[in-house]
Design a protein around this ligand. Structure first.
Ligand code: GLP
Length: 261
């Protein structure tokens, strides 16, 4: 694991974009795993700038999303299909036929979950998977208690996650769907590289548990410690509760591009 503490969102985004571009350049048909939520947005913004201003071409890249709500009407603006379209596909000029979000409108959600897992399996894992971290330690929608061996499946969302995501639904937790399709912990860990982004002091406790606590289903994010190529991008607020030894070993700023975890 390599942890970087970056002073501002622009620096974080630029460094994250470097890592993504490098990971996608290793194969002719790369798979990029994307996350929704606020945390990875600076990375998408930096990538979009490169597409617009530097001619970065990502049109050959396959994209797979982590998760999707169940129970929203087709085209709902907060469905992750719409969020990925708005924040990733359009700005990065990706081929819509190559962007896969779990099919929440399928008559059989469990079958849709298996089909989504198959996209990841077919590539033998994403070349790089972006991740945020929930306040309760969740990754994607793997809530506390999720088996670390889990694959893509239908799950129920915890009250705390519905509360956290209520900001996207007019502030009403009851308006947040109570079920979702999510990549499993093992599905996520099958990626060749993982890029976890967490910012703000509100994430400090979850970051400390995930990166420096015991590996346990009680904190699904702790499973990331088992991955051989995990890079973590934090701001000082999110890094604040890491044990001294871990924080001291973190790189201030991007550091050298070579030799990261
Ligand atoms: C949601 C998503 C997760 C995301 C998490 C954190 O619950 N399903 O994939 O990582 O929120 O979101 P944010 O980055 O906005 O804090």
């Amino acid at each position: 694991m390599k942890i970087h503490v970056l002073s501002d969102q622009q620096q974080l985004g630029a460094f994250g974009a470097d890592l993504v571009v490098e990971a996608l350049s290793t194969r002719p048909d790369p798979l990029l795993g994307v996350a929704t939520g606020s945390s990875p947005e600076p990375v998408y913004t930096a990538l979009a700038r490169r597409v617009e201003q530097e001619g970065l071409d990502l049109s050959h890249v396959e994209v797979v999303a982590l998760d999707e709500y169940l129970g929203l009407p087709p085209g709902h603006p907060e469905s992750y299909a719409q969020v990925v379209d708005r924040t990733v596909r359009v700005p990065l000029r990706l081929d819509p036929r190559r962007v896969r979000v779990p099919d929440a409108l399928a008559p059989d959600p469990q079958a849709a979950a298996r089909a989504h897992d198959e996209v990841v399996r077919t590539h033998a894992g994403a070349d790089i998977q972006l991740l945020g971290l929930g306040h309760n330690g969740h990754i994607a929608f793997n809530e506390p208690g999720a088996p670390l061996t889990s694959r893509t499946r239908v799950v129920e969302l915890s009250a705390s996650t519905r509360q956290a995501n209520a900001r996207f639904f007019g502030g009403d937790p009851a308006a947040v769907p109570d079920r979702a399709i999510t990549q499993g912990v093992a599905t996520i860990l099958s990626a060749r590289r993982l890029l976890l982004v967490a910012t703000g002091s509100g994430k400090a406790r979850a970051v400390a548990s995930a990166l420096a606590g015991p590996v346990t289903p009680d904190c699904p994010g702790s499973a990331l410690q088992r991955h051989p190529h995990l890079t973590v991008l934090l701001d000082p607020g999110a890094a604040a509760r890491l044990p001294d030894a871990v924080r001291d070993a973190a790189v201030r700023g991007p550091g050298a591009l070579t030799g990261r975890g």
